[in-house]
Design a protein around this ligand. Structure first.
Ligand SMILES: NC(=O)c1ccc[n+]([C@@H]2O[C@H](COP(=O)([O-])OP(=O)(O)OC[C@H]3O[C@@H](n4cnc5c(N)ncnc54)[C@H](O)[C@@H]3O)[C@@H](O)[C@H]2O)c1
Length: 275
C-alpha cells in the first residue's frame, strides 16, 4: 500500500538535517546569509557576534532553529563558555564557520602596529581559538566540518590590504594544517575565498564610482552565492573534500582576461588558413 501523502512530505531531506552549527560574525552580511541558508537546509544555528542587537534580530528572523550568543572571537575564555553552553543545550556540534573578520585599508607605510595586530587577532587568532576549542565536539560528531571564510585576498594580494591579506593567507594555511591533522579524526576543514562580501565592511570603497581605491574587474558575488558554497562544504555531500579552497570570484584570479570581440568566438575563424 502507498504511504499517505503527509508521510511522504515529512520525509523530504535537507542537506543539513540534524546538524548543529556555530557561525561567527553572523549578525549581518555573509554570516547572516549563511545562517539563513543553514536553517533552510535543516540545521540548528548558533549565531555569534559582538553586535548584540543586530545578532538578536537576525536570529529572531530565523525562528526557533537559530539563536544569538555574544562572542568576541579574540576572547579565549569566551570561546570556552560558548562551546560549553552548546554542549549543554544542543548536545553536539557538527559545523563551525569562522566568518567574523575586520578589514583595515592602508598602505604598509601607514599601517600602525596596533591596527595590524587587531586584524591578525580577529582574523587569525579568532579562527584558531574557535578551531582549537570546537575540535573535540566536532570530532565527537563523527562528521565534523570547519568552513573558514577567507577572501580573494587569501590567494592573491591587493594594494592597501597588508594586514588583511596577511591574515587571510594565514587563515588559508591554518585551514590546510587543520585538514591534515584531522583527516583520520572525522573533521574536514576548507576555506571559501569570495571576491567581495557585505559592503558594510568597507563602505568607503564600495558603491563609490569615483572612489580612488575601487577594486577593478568582475562582479561581486551575491551573499547567497557565498552561503551556498559554505553550505556545500558543511554538508556531507562534500565528504571527500578537505584542505582546499573554493574561490568565488567569477574567474578574476584565473589569469589575464582579454576583452575579446565576439567574432573571435565565431567557429568560422578556425577554418581560415594560417598565414
Ligand atoms: N566584505 C567584503 O568585501 C569581503 C570580501 C571577501 C571576503 N570577505 C570575508 O567575508 C566574511 C564576512 O564578512 P562580510 O562581508 O559579511 O562583512 P561584515 O563586516 O558584515 O561581517 C563581519 C562580521 O564579523 C563581526 N565581527 C567583527 N569582529 C568580531 C569579533 N571580534 N568577534 C565576533 N564577531 C566579530 C562583525 O560584527 C560582522 O557582523 C569575512 O571573513 C570577510 O573577511 C568579505
Amino acid at each position: 500500500m502507498n504511504a499517505p501523502r503527509a508521510v511522504l512530505q515529512t520525509a523530504a531531506m535537507h542537506r543539513l538535517d540534524g546538524k548543529i552549527a556555530l557561525v561567527t560574525g553572523a549578525a549581518r552580511g555573509t554570516g547572516a546569509a549563511t545562517a539563513r541558508r543553514f536553517v533552510d537546509e535543516g540545521a540548528r544555528v548558533v549565531i555569534a557576534d559582538v553586535l548584540d542587537e543586530r545578532g538578536e534580530n537576525t536570529a529572531a528572523g530565523l525562528g526557533d532553529a537559530a539563536r544569538f550568543v555574544h562572542l568576541d572571537v579574540t576572547d579565549e575564555s569566551a570561546w570556552g563558555q560558548v562551546v560549553d553552553e552548546i554542549a549543554a543545550t544542543e548536545g553536539a556540534l557538527h559545523v563551525l564557520v569562522n566568518n567574523a573578520a575586520v578589514l583595515h585599508l592602508a598602505t604598509i607605510d601607514a599601517t600602525a602596529t596596533d591596527a595590524f595586530e587587531r586584524v591578525m587577532r580577529v582574523n587569525v587568532l579568532g579562527p584558531f581559538l574557535g578551531i582549537r576549542t570546537c575540535l573535540p565536539m566536532l570530532r565527537a560528531s563523527g562528521a565534523g566540518a570547519i568552513v573558514n571564510i577567507g577572501s580573494i585576498d587569501s590567494v592573491q594580494g591587493a594594494a592597501l590590504t597588508g594586514a588583511y591579506t596577511a591574515s587571510k593567507f594565514a587563515l588559508r594555511g591554518l585551514t590546510k594544517v587543520v585538514a591534515l591533522e584531522n583527516k583520520k579524526r572525522g573533521v574536514r576543514a576548507n576555506i571559501v575565498c569570495p571576491m567581495l562580501g557585505n559592503p558594510e565592511m568597507h563602505p568607503e570603497i564600495v558603491g563609490t564610482d569615483s572612489g580612488p581605491v575601487r577594486r577593478g574587474g568582475g562582479k561581486p558575488p551575491e551573499l547567497d552565492v557565498i552561503a551556498e558554497a559554505v553550505c556545500y562544504l558543511a554538508a556531507d555531500e562534500s565528504r571527500f573534500t578537505t584542505g582546499t579552497e573554493l574561490v568565488l570570484d567569477g574567474g578574476h584570479s584565473a589569469g589575464t582576461a582579454l576583452d575579446l570581440p565576439d567574432e573571435w568566438f565565431d567557429p568560422a575563424l578556425r577554418r581560415r588558413p594560417l598565414r
